[in-house]
Design a protein around this ligand. Structure first.
Ligand code: FCB
Length: 486
């Protein structure tokens, strides 16, 4: 097995290498990133089909039309997961595949794809974890106003009911949304994600309606799913750090924490929007009109597990008046900020850290701190790392292998961080590697490879990278190997 390069090896040698009994080992994907078959079986376009087909939006003009062709290859993909020893698989459902146009009756052919996928997983002894929404709103709902419109939350509840009806008997864990921050603020604020709108107030309205949709869907899921079924939502909580210990930088960190994190955790976990968020954004939206009576009660319906996606920390400062723009927030280049009300905050790349192909700093402590912060703020809340991983410039060697020691080191460091958080009292129930296989990385198209499995897009051949074998070994041992034996 590949040796970990010493310069990027984890900085501590874990002593207690065990993970809790029942800790779930998984890998994650999302519908638009892997399925392809964009126009098959009655599927209609989502906002990501429209966006990726719009010139200049996605690198190299890449689209998800074919992607990793998982729609046709799901059986083989499940066999691969089984060979790797995965215990769980987190996938998302393409809304416009099962309910074309986002309204009205479901299409059986669309549902059948997910029924067959889930049956195949169960047959292979792999627990399916279904996400209802990983960013692909049916285009017709965007044409009717999209997430800035309240009615979209009603549409989502109807869709949740369809899915609970179709798969509720065999999917034991459901996630309403993946990273609603990206849907609201990259989709409607900076416009680097679909639908590509750049309207600060619409982004905040979208955030509330995504929260509301989560709450409405939770009610539907609770009402329809068998007792014991787990419900969750996945957030990309930003591990925000001030650049210096000045009061101005502390304020920058507070602001980004508000519009990056507490805009979701506030209503979902505390039943209220943070006062400082409202103050920072009241020139953009009238929160008293946006939030109706009863909304907060609906949104704060308890989840069984909070999903957390973590890749890199977020370093911020308040720049001196007139200082140039430095928005290295890792969320893609745009003239428009995804931070409504806090457009002046500067973002920095951490010095002295290794970076991934996304230019994201590698910092496992960020994951440890994040898990501990959430545990401190919400004691007893069960957590699940629903995404963590890294893109590197992988290639197939002449011998047909993909050696990715950087990814192994990344995973090792972050799993050790999870282990430390568990030892220090965080209730972390599982870990899902992003991603099972290389796929369509949104605005970056196919240029960024996050997979544990390499995909040769020309032939659609799958080649497990060295990291896939390493992860497989970790799962089998239910423990991390010593760093120098990786
Ligand atoms: C997350 C997304 C996921 C993937 C990773 C790299 O924000 O949820 O689809 O793009 O980043």
């Amino acid at each position: 097995m590949t040796a970990v390069r010493p310069d990027i090896a984890p900085q501590w040698a874990p002593e207690a290498t065990d993970f809790p009994t029942g800790f779930v080992w998984g890998a994650a994907t999302a519908a638009y990133q892997i399925e392809g078959a964009a126009a098959e079986g009655g599927r209609t376009p989502s906002i990501w089909d429209t966006f990726s087909h719009t010139a200049g939006k996605v690198r190299n003009g890449d689209t998800g039309d074919i992607a990793a062709d998982h729609y046709h290859r799901y059986r083989d993909d499940v066999q691969l997961m089984k060979q790797l020893g995965l215990k769980a698989y987190r996938f998302s459902v393409s809304w416009s595949r099962v309910q074309p146009t986002g309204r009205g009756p479901a299409v059986e052919r669309g549902l059948d794809f997910y029924r067959k996928l889930v049956d195949e997983l169960l047959e292979a002894g792999i627990t399916p974890v279904a996400t209802l929404y990983h960013w692909d709103l049916p285009q017709e709902l965007e044409d009717a106003g999209g997430w800035p419109q309240r009615v979209t939350a009603d549409r989502f509840a109807d869709y949740a009911a369809i899915m609970a009806g179709a798969l509720g008997d065999r999917v034991g864990m459901w996630t309403t949304f993946n990273e609603p921050w990206c849907s609201a603020f990259l989709g409607y604020g900076s416009g680097v994600h679909a639908p590509g709108r750049t309207e600060a107030s619409s982004a905040l309205r979208a955030a509330h309606h995504l929260n509301l949709a989560h709450g409405r869907a939770m009610e539907v899921l609770r009402g329809q799913l068998p007792a014991g079924t787990q419900t969750s939502v996945t957030l990309n909580l930003h591990q925000v750090r001030p650049l210096t210990d000045s009061a101005a930088d502390a304020d920058a960190a507070r602001r980004i924490d508000a519009v990056g994190n507490r805009v979701f955790t506030g209503p979902m976990l505390r039943g209220e929007y943070p006062e400082d968020l409202i103050a920072d954004t009241s020139h953009l939206v009238d929160w008293s009109k946006l939030v109706h009576d009863g909304d907060l009660a609906a949104i704060s319906r308890p989840v069984d597990v909070l999903g957390i996606n973590y890749y890199t920390p977020t370093l911020v400062s308040t720049p001196a008046e007139g200082a140039g723009d430095s928005r290295n927030d890792g969320h893609g280049a745009s003239d428009y900020s995804p931070w409504p009300g806090s457009e002046h905050v500067a973002f920095h790349l951490a010095e002295g850290k290794q970076r991934t192909a996304m230019n994201w700093a590698i910092d496992p402590n960020g994951l440890y701190n994040l898990l501990m912060d959430v545990t401190r703020d919400h004691p007893g809340l069960p957590l699940m790392v629903t995404e963590n991983g890294a893109a590197f410039d992988d290639y197939v060697s002449p011998e047909g292998r993909v050696e990715d020691p950087e990814r192994i080191a990344y995973l090792h460091g972050h799993l050790a961080a999870v282990q430390r958080a568990v030892a220090d009292g965080a209730d972390v129930r599982g870990y899902f590697l992003w991603s099972l296989m290389d796929n369509f990385e949104w605005g970056y198209g196919y240029s960024k490879r996050f997979g544990a499995v390499y995909v040769d897009y020309a032939s659609q051949r799958r080649i497990p990278k060295a990291s896939a074998h390493w992860y497989s070994d970790v799962i089998r041992r239910h423990a991390l190997p010593p760093a120098d034996h990786s």
